[in-house]
Design a protein. Structure first.
Length: 477
């Protein structure tokens, strides 16, 4: 029989052991309300301003060159910060009031600090389903700011009297891209009045190509998200779910779908209101793990693993090439061509340009090894992410500079330096444009299409056979 002295010795040993310290430490030590710099790495839902603060990208180096003159700018942007979709808002209406009620009913059982409990107590849902993905004021400020920075960077280019025919602006069919374009124009010109905006057609193979490429839809979008799903079931994400359940003292543990809904509310409310009580549910490392899950998802859907993902961008690459070439050859007097699209548009183009490629793929089992990954949508595809191609005439030659998120970048695999020679741009873009057959690229092979067409037929034959057998049995009886 153990003596009291042995029991005391065991307790003292346990209290001093590292494993015990880790076991009792999890959530109680973190107070979101007291964190002066919370983790805001929210993948593609990161606000533009948060992203540039994280990467220190804005105008970090001078790009003025007295020997060169800006002749043309091709500008592609994602829309600005927006509301959540109607489906997500309805999920908040379903889950969050119940969670709030639970926290207020059992405050002493949770691992939330008093300040975090108070901000949740004062929380109420401000978004409505009819706000469905609409641009918000934060998004408008992002777009205006970027336009104003463009004018500052190229003052001589914008010093001349601007004429409407000097510009061409086009957006996808979505309202949020139109409103983003209008906000950008207001920042660029002081007003968006009298500026012609072109809305893309329903079948938009320029900006929304991934919605109209059958091969991409069949081979990528409609396939199971294997690595993403494995990561959700893996030890890192399961630890996040466990911590959140313990932090909120939930008797009926939540699964990832509900956790994702809470996370989305944290992300969107911060972006819109700069005030996000539900972020208090997560610790700093939880946010990093969810960010990696998002990066896995977009990596496998929007980037390097699938050939068709890259090839379907050919019309967009052709558009960039056409306008750069026409400006160089003085076939077109436009000064700026602007396009407003979506995260998938940006991600796939970055991939086509060879940007943000890691040596190893993003997998469900290499989270620790990929903490310093290049494919990080927080930094390269936040809200209002953009890339600009600037054509300059330098004495008797032309060069092109690429600016991603207002930062001068080197197009790896295309250009030897940040200043791209015209021959380098032509060598990459012209073959893509010359061989761009979108219908052929996106055509589902006959074997696949026949299999797709045959499947319903086989199901019908099977059903008819079962009915026939059933009728025979009925009449036999």
């Amino acid at each position: 029989m153990n003596s009291p002295l042995q029991y005391v010795f065991f307790v003292l040993f346990a209290l001093n052991s590292e494993s015990f310290a880790k076991m009792v430490e999890p959530s109680q030590s973190y107070c979101y309300s007291s964190d002066i710099k919370p983790n805001r790495n929210y993948a593609t839902k990161t606000t533009y301003f948060q992203s540039i603060n994280s990467s220190n990208s804005i105008l970090e180096e001078s790009t003025n060159d007295s020997n060169c003159t800006v002749k043309f700018i091709y500008y592609l942007s994602r829309h600005g910060t927006r509301h959540n979709g109607d489906k997500g808002i309805r999920e908040w209406q379903q889950h969050l009031p119940k969670l709030r009620e639970h926290i207020l009913k059992f405050p002493n059982k949770t691992q939330l600090c008093q300040k975090d409990i108070e901000i949740i107590a004062n929380w109420s849902l401000r978004m409505k389903p009819e706000d469905d993905k609409d641009l918000v004021e934060t998004g408008k400020r992002e777009q205006k700011f970027i336009a104003q920075e463009m004018r500052k960077r190229f003052p001589d280019f914008f010093a001349q009297n601007d004429l409407l025919e000097d510009y061409e602006f086009r957006h996808s069919k979505e309202k949020r891209t139109r409103d983003s374009a209008l906000a950008f124009l207001e920042g660029l010109f002081g007003t968006s009045n009298n500026v012609q905006l072109t809305r893309s057609p329903e079948k938009d193979t320029l900006l929304h190509f991934y919605k109209h490429c059958d091969k991409y839809i069949e081979e990528v979008q409609n396939k199971p998200r294997i690595e993403y799903d494995k990561f959700l079931k893996g030890p890192e994400m399961q630890a996040v779910i466990k911590r959140v359940n313990e932090r909120l003292a939930l008797t009926n543990p939540i699964e990832y779908k509900t956790l994702e809904s809470i996370y989305d509310n944290c992300v969107f409310e911060y972006g819109i209101y700069n005030d996000a009580p539900w972020c208090s549910v997560f610790q700093r490392e939880d946010i990093n793990i969810i960010e990696y899950a998002e990066d896995i998802k977009y990596y496998w859907e929007d980037s390097y693993p699938h050939k068709v993902t890259v090839e379907q961008t050919c019309k967009l690459v052709s558009d960039i090439w056409k306008h750069l070439r026409n400006a160089k050859e003085k076939k077109d007097k436009r000064k700026i061509v602007g396009r407003w699209a979506h995260s998938a548009t940006m991600n796939t183009l970055y991939t086509r340009l060879g940007l943000y490629k890691d040596e190893k793929q993003l997998l469900h089992n290499n989270y620790e090894q990929q903490k310093d990954r290049r494919w990080r949508t927080t930094l390269h595809t936040p809200m209002s992410s953009s890339i600009a191609f600037v054509l300059l005439q330098c004495k008797d030659d032309f060069t092109v500079r690429a600016f991603h998120m207002e930062k001068l970048i080197k197009l790896d695999g295309i250009c030897a330096e940040k200043n791209c020679k015209w021959s380098e741009i032509e060598g990459k873009f012209k073959p893509i444009a010359d061989n761009c057959n979108f219908e052929e690229i996106c055509k589902v092979s006959k074997g696949d299409s026949s299999a797709i067409a045959t499947k319903p037929f086989i199901q019908l034959i099977t059903l008819m056979t079962l009915i026939s057998i059933s009728l025979r049995m009925f009449f036999y009886v």
